[in-house]
Every structure is written in C-alpha cells, then in structure tokens.
Design a protein around this ligand. Structure first.
Ligand SMILES: Cc1ncc(COP(=O)(O)O)c(C=O)c1O
Length: 407
C-alpha cells in the first residue's frame, strides 16, 4: 500500500523554521514564518485570551458534541465582526459555520463549490498564499489566475486586474484577499471594490473573500470594507475568516466559512449542504478556539481589551515598516524601499534574487522565504540596523535582478 510512495518534499516555510531553530548564531533573525512577533521576538498569548481561557475553564459544563456548524455564539460574533449590521444579515442571507482555522474554511468552501458546480474554475491572484492552489486542487477544482502584483513597481496591476475580471465566465469563483495580501502586502484599494462588485454583478462570478488578517491593516471596519461592499452588491458570495493572526490563536485552529445566498430559503438550503460537506470531512470543528473568541467578542471588557491588543500588534507592524524603509534609505542604496512602508499586513516582497536570499541566510543568519517574502513583524528596534546593513552589503556586492516568480 505505502511502500511505493515517494516522500513529499518538506514544506519550504516549515523547513526554514527548523533550520532557523537549529542555527546557533546569536544575531539570527527570522523573517520567514508567517506569525506575529513582539519586540522581543515572541508570538505572545494575548491577555484577553488568557482571561477568556480562565473563564472557559470555570464555566464549561459539558464536553458533549456541539454539531457541524460549531458554537453558535462564536458564529454569530464572527459574522458580526466581518459584516457588522449588514442588510444581508438582517435578511437572513448569511449562513456561517465554524471551521478548523482559515485553511479549514477554504477547504470546506472548495468542497461546497465542487459539489454545487463541479465545472467551476477558481481564480487566484497571480501571486497568492502558497497553500491556496493545493487546497482548492485537493477538492478537484480547476484553477485560473488573474493579474495582481507588479514586481517592478511593487504595486497592484489595477487595470489588468479589472480587465481580467471583466472576462471571467458566469459561475466561476474569484478569490480575493480582503486585506493584507499574503505574500505581497499590496491591497485592493477602497476605490476599486465598487468596480469589482459591479463586474461580479455584471459577469455573474462568485467572489470568495479570504480574510485572514482583519484588523492588521487599518482597523477592523476598514479592513472589512471590501467584504461589505461586495456583500451589498452580489447575490452570492463566500467569506473565509481566520482567527489565527488577529486573536493570536494559531494552534487552536479557529476560523469560519460564511455563505451569502440570494434569499433566506436558498441560503438555509445551501447552508445544510455546507454542513453535509463538513460532516464528511471532519464531522465537527474543535471547540476550544471558538469558546475563547466567543467570550472575547460577547463580553465588552474583553472586547475592548482585545481591540487594544490588536491595535498594538497592528501599530508595531506599521512602525517596523516605516523603520525598515527609512533605515534602508539611510544605507545609501540606490534602490527605493519606500514601498515597504506603503504596503500592509505582515508581508512584503523584498525584491531580491534567490541567491541574495540564500546569502542573507548563510552569511548573516537572516531568514526569508526563497521568493524574498519577508515578515515585517520579525524586525525590532534591536535588529533593524543589523538587517539593513546586512542587506546593503548583499546588494552592493552582488546586485541581482528582482524575482518575478510567485513563491
Ligand atoms: C491568505 C491566508 N489565508 C488563509 C490563511 C489560513 O490561516 P489558518 O489556517 O492558520 O487560520 C493564511 C495563513 O497564513 C493566509 O495567509
């Protein structure tokens, strides 16, 4: 059964994590793994999470099954966080199920699409989260790409994107990152969402919004602007949310899939089909992460504390972006790194070659993903000068072309 199987190559990012852990150099900097880090390089447990866990321990009275849709207090709260008092909620056009992380939401969405319309193509931006293609392909979906990132200007190919979406066939599904695009940090600007919504309406494609970083760019409401604009315009839509980053609950595996249907009856029916897919995949989601998030979002003191802690994470990332851009400018390098400050979320492409990425790691113990994606939260006041000087050395001594390929 198994003896003929060739080994699956290590996940490049997880492999990098292991290499970093084993690197004895004191100056080492991890800019690879996609988790938030504080000034001391830790990925902390938020204080509001600790308090919610304490409450849960005291209040939990059963370990019985919870059902395929998960914890209703969680699903209501996470829906409100994404959509606020949106008319689609009032009109009972939203059905939300708790999922094991944002990845679980994406996989359930993929199964639902495949079940509902087996010939639908899933459109991804021409650079996207490294897991997106395989999650959708695993469910048997065919993939297409639309233009998104311009590596030469480090910005959005807005005209090309709109032109491509204007050709998407009815019934296909277009995945968009709601905010903090991973891996480029280049977002869809507010002014473009109404145009995309109009195209979706006209062409009849279904938007799938992946919102893994709500609150990491501007604030909770601004970051959901695209989600809310599209939800107001289109008859059908999917939304995948993750609580990994904004609640710091990575290993608890908590996220949600929301389906927006064209009416209350059709939404309930499609929701029941979604639950059927969940039943086949993992039966029911794990409870702990949802119990934490539900407590945080339904108790005003904990909510306020969470908003403060989230704002502190966001502001630190933005400070590191500004500091990286200014320290790199101060090295006297010809290249302009001002884009780092303009982009949002954890990631930007540094725009250096794979050989330069390797050299940063081998000579300077600075770890980036091969595509030159860097996690800005890996920088701190304590390592920023070492980072800027090391990069300047590498760029001066061996200038190389910026990579164009996706990670
Ligand atoms: C764009 C995007 N979507 C989804 C996810 C899934 O996150 P998780 O499954 O850890 O909740 C991530 C995580 O890095 C991401 O960057």
């Amino acid at each position: 059964m198994f003896s003929h199987l060739p080994a699956t190559p290590d996940d490049p990012i997880l492999g990098l994590m292991a290499q970093f852990r084993n690197d004895p150099r004191a100056s080492k900097i991890d800019l690879g793994v996609g988790v938030y880090r504080d000034e001391a390089g830790r990925t902390p447990i938020l204080d509001c999470v600790r308090e919610a866990e304490r409450l849960r321990l005291a209040e939990e009275d059963s370990k019985s099954y919870q059902g395929m849709a998960g914890d209703p207090a969680f699903t209501a709260a996470i829906e409100a966080l994404a959509l606020a008092e949106h008319p689609v909620r009032r009109d009972q056009r939203v059905f939300t199920a708790q999922t094991p992380g944002g990845t679980g939401a994406l996989r359930v969405a993929a199964e639902l699409i495949r079940h509902s319309r087996p010939d639908a193509c899933l459109w991804l931006p021409d650079v996207s989260w490294a897991n997106h293609p395989s999650v959708f392909q695993a469910a048997g979906l065919r993939l297409r790409e639309y233009p998104y990132y311009d590596p030469h200007s480090q910005s959005l190919r807005a005209d090309a994107l709109l032109a491509a979406l204007a050709q998407v066939p009815a019934g296909d599904v277009v995945l968009m990152h709601a905010c903090c695009h991973n891996p480029s940090g280049v977002e869809i600007p507010d002014r473009l969402w109404p145009e995309i919504a109009a195209l979706a309406q006209r062409r009849g494609f279904v938007p799938l919004l992946d919102m893994a970083y709500q609150g990491f760019a501007e604030d909770l409401d601004r970051d959901a602007a695209g989600v809310r604009t599209l939800a107001a315009a289109v008859p059908e839509m999917l939304l995948c949310t993750s609580c990994s980053k904004n609640f710091g609950l990575y290993r608890e595996r908590i996220g949600a899939l929301s389906l927006i249907g064209d009416g209350a009856r059709t939404t309930a029916a499609a929701g029941s089909v979604m639950l059927g897919r969940i039943r086949n995949l993992y039966s029911m989601p794990p409870a702990h992460g949802a119990a934490i998030v539900a407590r945080i979002l339904t108790r005003p003191t904990l909510t306020a504390q969470w908003r403060d802690e989230l704002a502190a994470m966001r502001e630190r990332i933005r400070r590191m972006r500004a500091l990286a851009a200014s320290r790199l400018a101060a090295t006297g390098l010809q290249r302009d790194f001002g884009f780092i400050e303009r982009q949002r979320g954890l990631f930007s492409f540094l725009g250096i070659s794979t050989a330069q990425v390797d050299r940063l790691r081998d000579e300077f113990a600075i770890y980036l993903v091969g595509s030159s994606r860097m996690n800005l939260a890996g920088l701190s006041a304590g390592n920023i000068d070492y980072f800027a000087d090391s990069l300047a050395t590498v760029l001066r001594e061996r200038p190389g072309p910026a990579p164009v390929s996706a990670p």
